[in-house]
Write a protein that binds this ligand. Structure first.
Ligand code: DX5
Ligand code: ZN
Length: 213
């Protein structure tokens, strides 16, 4: 029914190559890398050396989700490390249109994400520059949190905005996704589901991925 991005955040980072090889062998669409700076979100994940390592092992699209202040300082560096879909947060970009255009100019697909407390209408003036819009269905910062049900209505609103404006960006949803809520998320309008904890805690991660596609 849709595409799956596997978030590495819940994988065993001491065995990163194993996680990459599992994802390479799966039906997942991309590897989702959560970049956190301990400022915008209350956690620090990983940075450039880890992206470089994943890039070496990955045969999938690399999709980075930047939870960092002042992200534009490093767009080119992410591109050079092999990131092809780059998503920034609306809350960190006062000049969002410029950011999204710059990401495209560098040859990447541009994404914009909104926190659970940010309404979809904030994107009215920027979605024309986005190839992807990411609806956060948990407050960003940690894997393994519980899905916020109000996110479903935001997905519907975003889909309505896309139709009204005759655009074709992809709708991605991230946080607390599993085989219990995947179907209703696709029905609401999601194109790509990000999942971490559900996949890496599963006995059979390949089957877990297949179950939410
Ligand atoms: C949270 C991250 C998510 C997270 C998803 O800040 O953006 O990508 O890793 O993990 P789960 O699927 O465990 O909620
Ligand atoms: Zn994410």
């Amino acid at each position: 029914m849709g595409k799956v991005s596997v978030s590495l955040l819940s994988s065993d980072l001491a065995h990163l190559a194993d996680a990459c090889n599992m994802i390479n062998a799966s039906d997942a669409w991309s590897i989702h890398m959560d970049i956190m700076d301990g400022v915008f979100v209350p956690n620090i994940s990983y940075g450039f050396p880890v992206i470089e390592a994943v890039s070496r092992y990955s045969k999938k699209i690399l999709d980075a989700h930047l939870m960092t202040v002042d992200p534009s300082r490093y767009y080119q560096r992410y591109r050079d490390l092999g990131i092809s879909w780059l998503t920034v947060h609306w809350e960190t970009c006062p000049h969002l249109n410029r950011d999204l255009q710059e990401i495209r100019r560098l040859g990447m697909r541009s994404g914009v994400s909104i926190n659970p407390a940010t309404p979809v209408c904030q994107l009215e003036q920027a979605v024309h520059y986005a190839d992807l819009v990411l609806i956060m269905s948990v407050n960003p910062g940690f894997g393994g949190q519980v899905f916020i049900p109000e996110s479903l209505q935001k997905i519907r609103e975003l889909k309505e905005m896309r139709t009204r404006k005759n655009l074709d960006f992809l709708i991605q949803v991230d946080g607390g996704i599993n085989d219990q809520n995947a179907t209703e998320l696709y029905e609401a309008g999601a194109d790509i589901l990000v999942a971490g904890n559900y996949i890496f805690k599963a006995e059979d991660p390949l089957a877990a991925i297949r179950a939410i596609i």
